[in-house]
Structures are given as C-alpha cells and as structure tokens.
Ligand binder design. Structure first.
Ligand code: UN1
Length: 515
C-alpha cells in the first residue's frame, strides 16, 4: 500500500525521498524517517534542508515574487484553479497518504484534501474580488481609495495533524494575493508536504510561473528559527501549540513582522436539558474521538445540565464501547493511532493527573494492549478514547490541551454557570451548545460578547469540522489569527491608501493654510 501510494504520487522519484531508511535516522544524519503511527515502521526517509539550502530557497522565492506580483490577480486565480483540479485528481491517493502518515482514518484524510480543494475554489472567486473601497476626500478635485497589494513572502509553519489543509488555507489565499509561499511542514508529516507541494508547484511551473510554492523541510533550530527571524518574511502564519505560538509571536513581533497564529484549543460543548440528545451524542463522539482527539477543534470538555448528566454520559459511554480502533485505512475503523509514543505518554500522564485530581474514568483510560492488536499493528500508538467524569468543578488537567481523545465531563445548574465554566480556560478556539431553545442558543452567541468567548461557535453542531467559507481561528491563547474564508485574505495582503490630486490647487486637509 505504502509503496504504491508513493509511486502514484511521484514520491518514489522525488530527490528528497529516500526509499530505505533506518527508523532511528535523526536530524543529525540530515535524513529523518517518516514513521507510520499505525505500525511504528518507517514509511520512507526524507532529506532535510540545512542553513545553506534555506538561504537559497528564500533567495529564489524573493526573486520569484518579483514576477508573480506582476501577474494580474484573476490570472493568478487561474493557476489556483488548475491546482484545485490537480488536487481533485489526486484526492484519494493524497487523502490515503495523509491517513498513512498521520493515522487519521481514510474518510478524514480524503476530507482534509477536499478542504484544500474547497479553499482553492474559494480563492479562485476571490481572485476577482480583492477589492478596496473608495472614500470621499475632503479636498476639492481629490480622489481617495484603498487598494490591496501582495505582502511578499509568506512563511507557513504547519503541524502534523492537518498536513495538507492548513497549508491549503494559507497557500491558496497567499497565491491569489500575489505572495510566494514558503512552507515549513511538521517533521512528522513530510511526505504529505512533499506530495502536496509538488502538485501545486508542478501545476504553476507548467503554466509559466516557476518557484511560487516552496518547501523547506528541516529542524526547528535550523530552518524554523531562521524563518521567523527573517525580515524577508513580512508574514509568518503558524499553526501548532500555544507554547510554539508564543515563541513565534514574540520573535516576529520583535522585528515588527506580522503573524497569523492558529494555536491550541480546549473546546467545550454545553448540553442543555432540552437538547436533542441523539444529535448531541453524535456530535460529541465525532468531536472528541475523530482524528483520535488530535484536531485543534477536538471536543475536550462536556458541560452537561445536571438533570441529564447521568443519562447523557451513559449514552456516550455506550457509544464509546462500540468504537472500532485499528488501521485507519481499513473500512469500519473509526479511530486510528496517536501520532507517536510521546503522545501516548502524554495521554497516560493526563489520565493519571485526572485521577489524582478526583476525576473518574468511565471508559477507556489506557493504551490498547498489544495482545488485542493484530501482529502488524503492535508497534502502533493506539489508545482507547476516554471519558473522565470530573469529581468537582476543579479539575486542573482539564484546563490544558492534551492532544489525545480524552473528554472531561462537568455538570451545571444554570446556563450562566455553564457559560462561565466554558469560558474559564486559557484557549478560545471552538465552542458549541446543544439546545432546542432559541433563547439558549442566542444567549451563547449574544452580540454583547457575554456568551462564548471563542472564535468559532456552533449551535446544535459539534466543535470540529469547520467549513472553509467562514474565518477560522480563535481568541485568547489560541492566538487571534483568522485563516480560510470570509475576509481572512486580508492577512495576506497589505492595505494602501491612495490620495490623488487631479486639480492644480495646493490643498491641505484639516483646513490648514500654509502660504
Ligand atoms: C486543525 O485541527 O488544526 O474545523 C484544523 C476543523 C477542521 C480544521 C481543523 N476543518 O476541525
């Protein structure tokens, strides 16, 4: 399977890819192994870029920008349109590569590539709508308007969990904006990055626009630190942990560059007593166990009205017991592995912390014992999706984002109390409420801001699985960035206010006379 996929996607012939690699190949060797989280075996090796490679790539990108910015935006849109088509043609193999490399199930892998196709479509339309406004000048025979210009080089830093779509959100908008994108992918998903970037860059090359999608694969201290400190990148768009984002934010701010940060989430769902519990249960299960709890939008906290807490929790526990864990590329499997052994350890230590803080494990709580796995999967990083009932409202571990399928359940008496609990965490990405009452939904989304404090809020939908049409991102420690739809494109462009005097009088604003 792996071999065939690498062939289909052209990775077998890519000079960066090394077919046979030792699983312990390290950054120091200049080659790393992309490991299958499902088997614990290497899929292939990937050559890393060093400081000289970085310099060359960025210098070439800066040259390419000078050409690309001269291409009219609607023509840039045609290039993105062709990239969308090429991704469509590769939807299945690329989705399967995502599943193979990061362990999400096949349907979610394909769904992720579909998300990139969707944002490409969106960006094509946008390429004719990157418009500014005109405003009346206070001076006679003057015209004032604003226009949007490309920013230049965009550094895109992505995490392992969405190794294709998060690049897509940034790169498709960056490309129609006239920017050149340099992508630093996670070292846990380099093959998906190579295959994805090759599709985009080959398509653009063939249309006469070489070098506008670049990839730089390397260790954080070699290429990551260089990129964030590099003044040639007016914009760094980074996705990952709050800790990483705080560092990136400070370094880029130190040189007065711009960041677009999409960091951790600690997403909660409030379930009101009048909720449709079947609908709520399906959404909670998808949100908390989908992608094995490794989405930034994964549901981590459930805040249920006390009158239905036991009934609803029992329903979830029963559903969790039916979940098939296994090879993410096999039909019928709903939950694949965590990305690596360190994640399994994090999962285990969070469960230990929860127990010692008074939490009660209702289902799951452990890794899947090797004896329950087929021989082939024994090196994989499988854990059981877990529900922990919080013994009291004070469960410090639930304030942290553990990138694993752990759902903490709290109960509440009044909706105001539930909202306060909901907003009590540091992160502010995604949120949801289930209720059949218009008033509860409105209370949670009130325009005063006294409802959910997150960037994304859902009523009768779960916290994960955003559509590309809306702006995606969150508040507080999530970093404040907005990617994807709505007017997120403005982050990839710079605004210029233009004032033209078409008369022959010297006129100053504010009525100042200077004669
Ligand atoms: C992420 O986990 O970094 O809303 C992105 C969602 C997806 C994107 C998740 N559309 O769950």
């Amino acid at each position: 399977m792996a071999h065939q996929l690498l062939e289909t996607l052209g990775l077998a012939d890519d000079p960066r890819v090394v077919a046979n690699v030792a699983s312990n190949a390290s950054v120091a060797d200049g080659v790393i192994a992309s490991m299958s989280p499902t088997t614990g075996e290497p899929i292939a090796g990937v050559r890393l870029d060093n400081a000289d490679d970085y310099e060359r790539i960025v210098a070439e990108a800066a040259e390419a920008f000078k050409q690309w910015r001269e291409v009219p935006a609607p023509q840039r849109g045609q290039v993105v349109r062709a990239i969308g088509d090429a991704l469509r043609e590769n939807l299945e193999p690329l989705g399967e590569l995502v599943a193979l490399e990061v362990g999400k199930i096949r349907a979610e892998g394909i769904g992720e590539v579909q998300e990139t196709v969707d944002i490409a479509d969106f960006a094509v339309g946008l390429s004719r709508q990157l418009h500014g406004i005109t405003m009346p000048s206070e001076r006679p025979k003057h015209r004032m308007y604003e226009q949007w210009l490309p920013v230049g080089l965009v550094g895109i830093i992505t995490a392992f969990n969405f190794p294709n779509a998060v690049w897509g959100w940034n790169a498709m908008l960056g490309a129609v904006s006239g920017d050149v994108c340099v992508w630093k992918p996670s070292l846990m998903a380099p093959l998906t990055a190579i295959a994805t970037n090759a599709i985009a860059s080959k398509t653009a090359d063939a249309m006469g626009h070489p070098g506008i999608f670049r990839l730089v694969i390397g260790a954080d201290d070699v290429v990551g630190e260089r990129m964030i400190a590099d003044r040639r990148f007016p914009l760094i768009s980074a996705t990952g942990s709050c800790r990483m984002g705080r560092h990136v934010g400070q370094v880029v701010a130190g040189r007065l560059g711009r960041t677009l940060l999409e960091l951790g989430g600690n997403n909660g769902i409030i379930v009101e007593p009048d909720a449709d519990l079947d609908l709520a249960a399906k959404s909670v299960v998808f949100g908390s166990v989908g992608t094995c709890g490794q989405r930034c939008t994964s549901t981590r906290r459930l805040i249920v009205h006390e009158s239905i807490a036991d009934q609803f929790t029992d329903k979830l526990v029963a559903a969790y017991r039916t979940i098939t864990i296994g090879d993410p590329l096999e039909d019928g499997v709903l939950v694949g592995p965590l990305i690596n052994e360190a994640s399994v350890q994090n999962f285990e230590s969070s469960i230990e912390a929860a127990k010692s803080q008074g939490g009660e494990v209702l289902v799951g709580g452990e890794r899947v014992p090797a004896s329950e796995l087929p021989e082939r999967l024994r090196g994989g990083h499988f854990v059981r999706p877990t529900i922990v009932r919080a013994g009291s409202q004070n469960l410090p571990i639930a304030m942290e984002e553990t990138f694993a399928p752990i759902l903490y359940v709290f109960s509440y008496k009044t909706l105001d109390e539930a909202i306060e609990m909901h907003n009590s965490v540091d992160q502010g990405l995604s949120s949801a409420i289930f209720s059949r009452s218009l008033c509860s939904g409105e209370r949670f989304t009130t325009p005063s801001g006294a409802g959910s404090d997150c960037g994304l809020v859902y009523v009768n939908q779960g916290t994960s699985g955003a559509e590309i049409g809306g702006a995606f991102g969150g508040e507080k420690d999530t970093g404040g960035g907005r990617e994807s739809g709505s007017d997120a494109w403005k982050a990839y462009m710079r605004r210029q206010t233009v004032t033209v005097n078409f008369g022959d009088e010297f006129a100053l604003a504010q009525g100042i006379r200077f004669e």
